[in-house]
Ligand binder design. Sequence first.
Ligand code: FAD
Length: 310
Amino acid sequence: PYEVLIIGGGPAGAAAGVYAARKGIRTGIAAERFGGQVNDTNAIENYISILETDGPKFAQALEAHVKAYEVDVMNLQTAEKLVPGEEPGDLIEVHMTNGGVLKSRSVILSTGARWRNVNVPGEAEYRNKGVAYCPHCDGPLFKGKRVGVIGGGNSGVEAAIDLAGIVGHVTLLEFAENLRADAVLISKLKSLPNVEVITNAQTTEFTGTNGKLDGLNYKDRTTGESHRVEMEGVFIQIGLVPNTEWLKGTLELSKYGEIVVDARGATSIPGVFAAGDATTVPYKQIVIAAGDGSKAALSAFDYLIRTPAP
Ligand code: FAD
């Protein structure tokens, strides 16, 4: 069995792997796709000490760093069930979709999250070419330009307020009749001179020229009429879904499905820790996930030295 078994190989899992291996304990990482969301990222400009890199390069560097240590890297492996021990200190099992069962004295869950898509023509085609998901990451790319925000919940309205300070003009489109964000955010949004809000708007298509986004079409749900808004960028803010469906009923999840963790990354099960976008830790960013992963590994080590081996 492993002493630390990490599920997920994004920035959180990779950092946990390096920290655990440096303690000289038997460490394994199983990941569906090593690198995680970073693989889908274009430019990364906010990982401190790296002025600029791209996603695939960063993902390769994560893997190379982990492989520089004695870590069992199991790529293309999907976990489907977590079985805690009967007593604290017992081995914890992780069942994989290929039928295998991995056992470990402690487990770190770092299965990340995925952005919900609108699922209309042009979205996939112009992803990273105008279609974006993370205002903290990509907002500055659209300095002075026209952008859209899809979604009028808290994330969408926060994104619109944030972007209004950087870009030239923001059009926020909400599917429902009213914005669903907190009143204080809505009144802040309405005080901004360069923001327009369109409600009852169903986005039907993202369009582009020369491989770059140039606008979107939407249907007014009250009249059925089609309209067009021209823009250089659009931020889709209709939800970030944690990859934790397989953990439902096993450990405590928030109402959004995030793994509930304390300041040390401990979950509701002794010996099971969690890190990164899959957890309740606020702000989903690479530098935060990596910091969380290292924290979870140190917590797992602390747990192991205090818990007798089975
Ligand atoms: P993830 O990166 O999501 O990794 C999760 C890992 O778990 C993957 O290896 C996945 O395959 C694996 N996994 C999932 N389910 C299972 C399972 N059941 N069994 C086994 N393995 C599983 N952040 C920034 O800081 N700067 C940026 O510029 C930036 N740009 C972004 C651009 C895009 C398009 C996107 C989508 C995100 C961007 N982010 C950016 C956010 C950043 O990528 C995430 O915050 C970060 O990757 C989270 O790391 P993580 O390790 O928690 O999860």
